[in-house]
Write a protein that binds this ligand. Structure first.
Ligand SMILES: *[C@@H]1O[C@H](CO)[C@@H](O)[C@H](O)[C@H]1NC(C)=O
Length: 288
């Protein structure tokens, strides 16, 4: 499992680097994917249930995407539970920009009017709302004990991680393998191997945000997290090597966080665990 996990990390990193290099060779214009801006529309699934307090309109308890939360006791060999994994067409994903190019574009809510003109989105369009949402989230001050950073390039994501862990620390990335094309989004999965615990004093979680190019919302909490790589088997034969985290101290979380409703818990009374969607990255020091 360890080797499988390590090689997955490499595959992801390679994919990112290849994307980056491909981008470096492309024309100067901002590559909004093939004129398709669906990825820019805010949906419940883009919204990261796992890290932000929910806002009411995204808070439907019948949303299948809420099947990502679980209790630490669920993480045992043979356990079966319904889990939702999202499926995103990589060709529609926003493109990673090389750092130099990303740094040449302002990235702040105060530049919103300029940016809407720059990307050619009308002020009241859904895309404009998504851009405003992302810039607002990225401009928020970190909460107590939190470090956060919105990375607009792979280099700046790695710079942030290095700054957090120390520049001499090697980094390992935790990811969830992508869903195959035939898989259903929500199905019962069984834990097929003993969950592998990854001992790391600290993790930086990076989530993709809706934006015309790839933006990662990266943050790191000082409180205790338990990290796992879990090998799951779906009812239809799907195999997923999933990254999962258990937040052991939820006492500082907003009472309205959707995880508490899903698990029937309250802030501080019980840990909240969740699986990573496949477009999230968890950075930990290596060796841990
Ligand atoms: C998972 O299995 C349970 C028990 O067999 C069943 O009631 C439930 O509908 C299944 N859920 C999904 C999403 O298939």
């Amino acid at each position: 499992m360890h080797l499988l996990f390590a090689s997955w990390s490499l595959v992801i990193l390679h994919a990112l680097l290849i994307l980056l290099i491909a981008q470096g060779n492309s024309a100067r214009k901002i590559p909004i994917a093939n004129g398709n801006e669906d990825h820019l529309l805010l949906t419940t699934h883009d919204h990261d249930h796992s890290s932000y307090p929910s806002s009411s309109h995204m808070n439907h308890m019948d949303d299948p995407a809420l099947n990502v939360f679980f209790n630490p006791e669920d993480l045992r060999l043979g356990k079966t539970m319904p889990i939702y994994f999202s499926k995103k067409d990589p060709s529609l994903s926003p493109k990673l920009l090389p750092k130099q190019e990303a740094d040449s574009i302002p990235f702040s809510i105060s530049n919103l009017p300029y940016l809407l003109e720059f990307f050619s989105f009308p002020q009241d369009s859904p895309q404009a709302k998504a851009i405003a949402y992302t810039l607002t989230q990225c401009d928020l001050e970190p909460t107590k004990g939190e470090s956060k950073f919105c990375a607009t390039s792979l280099e700046s994501m790695l710079d942030f991680a290095s700054a957090q862990f120390g520049s001499n620390t090697q980094l390992k990335v935790l990811t969830t393998s992508p869903l195959s094309n035939s898989a259903t989004l929500l199905q019962n999965y069984t834990v097929l191997e003993p969950p592998k615990e990854i001992l790391a004093p600290r993790m930086i979680a990076c989530h993709t945000m809706p934006y015309p190019y790839a933006v990662f919302y990266c943050h790191s909490q000082e409180s205790e997290n338990w990290l796992y790589q879990v090998f799951l088997g779906g009812e239809n034969g799907e195999r997923i090597d999933a990254a999962a985290v258990c937040h052991m101290d939820t006492s500082q979380w907003d009472r309205s966080h959707v995880a508490f409703q899903v698990l029937g818990a309250e802030p501080g009374t019980s840990p909240v665990c969740h699986f990573f969607p496949s477009d999230n990255l968890g950075w930990v020091p290596f060796p841990t």
